[in-house]
Design a protein around this ligand. Structure first.
Ligand SMILES: NC(=O)c1ccc[n+]([C@@H]2O[C@H](COP(=O)([O-])OP(=O)(O)OC[C@H]3O[C@@H](n4cnc5c(N)ncnc54)[C@H](O)[C@@H]3O)[C@@H](O)[C@H]2O)c1
Length: 402
């Protein structure tokens, strides 16, 4: 049976990746009805009128909540919409980081599978609780770490685990989003008390190093620079993190909302891992932003951060014309959503406990049972950044995150 999908959220990630992926699976008959519940009707309306989505998915529609005519924001509406979904369908949590826990727990209480954007939650104890409730109700909870579905990550994982790279020793990663992100809705929630550049984007590379190597982080220190969003809110918009792993290896991760708007490409990002073999060094180096394409247009495209000369990534999420009708989403952004929907469908179709065990053990999908180290890192990172970058060991963050 095709899963019905309720997306809670409706901002950038829903527009850019989640909704088009679901629409494509609906077109293939693998997803049933789709609904989007935001706190504001205007956001749902803007999504319904988005030109790119209308062009790619002609004739396809989602049910939007709140419906037109609703007055004011309705931050609790998602509870009612989840309650109306028949059990064992799929809820997508795509709200700001600090709201994930409430949406995920509400979905589990109502017997729904969950796809949650990263990070799952901000406290390790919450991830442990979610893992226990999900297991008791035999439901899938998957955190959408889409970099895992980039083929280069899967290639590195396979070769590392075959022994081709020896042992990870030192690494450096970065992901800097463009400056214009500061002007988006982020300025209302990615503030110093809720998040920081490392928590928001650095978690991807911590997750990837585990995904490739199987190593676990043991301590974190994060130095952050407080900066101001255009609306005056304060945020740690530049961060430098150091993550120590259980074999003694060290990963440095730099993150910011600070890559120049005039620079080509949507951001700058990459991962280099220096490793040690029996008699020589070994190396994994991924340029994750520059993937070999150079485009110079005749006119500057519309949209924030758009440039006349650009270096687009063909690998994260693109629309291609395969003869229509509409356009087909391709890339690891799509494959990641597809993998999670397929996994939830498998859980419903088979022996749920056995399928969930297989998914946890395979470690390809991030579940709270196999990936809660991410929450330990975030919890320690939040404590560290508030204390000028002091080293915090996993499981020893002493103050509440929020
Ligand atoms: N690379 C990635 O994996 C990636 C990229 C971007 C965002 N994200 C994650 O996705 C989440 C959302 O990010 P975004 O970029 O879409 O942010 P956004 O600010 O563009 O959108 C968030 C949306 O949630 C809505 N919202 C807030 N409270 C709500 C509530 N109570 N009920 C319903 N809707 C509510 C807001 O109105 C807004 O439309 C964040 O957790 C972020 O970390 C992940």
């Amino acid at each position: 049976m095709a899963l019905e999908v309720l997306i809670v959220g409706g901002g950038m990630i829903v527009h850019d990746q989640i909704l088009p992926s679901m629409f494509h699976m609906q077109r293939q008959g693998r997803v049933g009805e789709i609904a989007v519940c935001n706190s504001r009707h205007e956001t749902v309306r803007a999504l319904a009128e988005a030109e790119g989505l209308l062009r790619a998915f002609p004739g396809q529609r989602f049910h939007g909540y709140p419906e037109s005519g609703s007055a004011g924001p309705q931050p609790e509406l998602f509870r009612e919409r989840i309650a109306r979904l028949a059990p064992r369908n799929l809820v997508v949590a795509a709200v700001p980081d600090q709201l994930h826990y409430e949406v995920v727990m509400e979905a589990l209480r109502r017997d729904q599978h969950v796809l949650c954007v990263k990070p799952l939650v901000l406290r390790h104890s919450q991830a442990v609780e979610i893992a226990a409730v999900a297991r008791q109700r035999q439901l899938l909870v998957a955190t959408e770490y889409h970099k895992r579905f980039d083929d280069r990550s899967l290639m590195a994982r396979r070769r590392y685990r075959e022994g081709s790279f020896g042992e990870f020793r030192l690494g450096t990663a970065c992901l800097l989003e463009k400056w214009y992100y500061r002007h988006s809705n982020f300025q209302n929630w990615m503030t110093a008390e809720n998040s920081d550049a490392f928590t928001y984007i650095g978690c991807h590379y911590v997750d990837l190093v585990h995904f490739i190597t199987g190593l676990l982080p043991v301590s974190v220190s994060v130095y952050g620079l407080l900066d101001r969003f255009p609306n005056g809110n304060q945020g740690y918009l530049w961060t430098d993190a150091r993550v120590i792993w259980n074999n003694g290896a060290c990963l440095n991760v730099q993150n910011a909302l600070g890559f120049p708007d005039v620079a080509p490409g949507t951001n700058t990002q990459g991962l280099t891992m220096y490793c040690q073999g029996a008699a020589d060094g070994a190396l994994i180096a991924h340029s994750d932003q520059y993937r070999g394409l150079k485009y110079s247009y005749t006119t500057k495209p519309v949209g924030p951060g758009a440039t006349i000369y650009t270096e687009p990534s063909p690998d994260y999420f693109q629309y291609v014309d395969l003869g229509g009708p509409g356009l087909v989403p391709v890339g690891y952004g799509y494959r990641s959503i597809e993998h999670i929907v397929t996994a939830a469908t498998r859980v419903n179709a088979g022996d749920a406990a056995r399928v969930l065990d297989e998914i946890d053990a395979a470690g390809i999908l991030a579940t709270p049972a196999n990936s809660a180290y991410n929450e330990q890192v975030i919890e320690a990172a939040r404590e560290s950044i508030r204390n000028g970058g002091k080293e915090v060991k996993m499981g020893q963050a002493s103050s509440p995150v929020l």
